[in-house]
Design a protein around this ligand. Structure first.
Ligand SMILES: Cc1cc2nc3c(=O)[nH]c(=O)nc-3n(C[C@H](O)[C@H](O)[C@H](O)COP(=O)(O)O)c2cc1C
Length: 143
């Protein structure tokens, strides 16, 4: 990766521009072998470079995930939190959300069909909104 720092690819620059344009990042991840998918890790690694231009520094984030597995991406989320910590992204610590995905939980219109889960996720997003507002009002946007 360091070999590309001096001549960073256009696709990676575009990705970094997209990250710069938003106030916060909500990571929605599945769990692959008790960690995050390689594609997600690869994207984070690119955006953390070139050295000194880490796109995640001071960018508020939260992590959430859904899986058919009983632990609902809990281990993957902890792995991702470790990466984001190193990348100096202020993370929402609580609430956490480990969604056990069952068929029909989300319909074709993208609606959550279980009322208790819908309420839980609504509260999660309200908490994230409050967290983001607090971070962006106190921290500079760039590293
Ligand atoms: C390579 C691979 C590893 C997986 N490992 C886990 C796992 O560790 N824990 C889990 O709960 N589900 C695991 N799953 C099941 C995924 O959570 C499930 O397939 C999920 O729907 C994948 O979402 P995606 O198709 O958007 O990547 C794994 C799936 C794949 C393909």
């Amino acid at each position: 990766m360091i070999d590309y720092d001096a001549d960073f690819p256009q696709s990676a620059r575009a990705f970094k521009d997209a990250l710069k344009a938003v106030d916060a990042l909500l990571f929605v991840t599945p769990e692959y072998n008790r960690s995050i998918p390689g594609g997600l890790k690869n994207a984070i690694d690119w955006a953390s470079r070139p050295y000194g231009t880490n796109s995640f520094a001071n960018k508020p984030s939260a992590v959430i995930g859904a899986s058919p597995g009983a632990i609902g991406t809990a281990v993957a989320q902890q792995s991702l939190r470790s990466v984001l910590g190193f990348c100096n992204s202020p993370q929402m610590n609580a609430p956490e959300a480990y969604i056990h995905f069952t068929p029909g939980l989300i319909n074709d219109a993208g609606e959550v069909t279980v009322a208790s889960t819908e309420t839980f996720l609504r509260h999660y997003m309200e908490a994230f909104h409050t967290f983001v507002a607090r971070v962006v009002s106190t921290l500079p946007k760039d590293a």
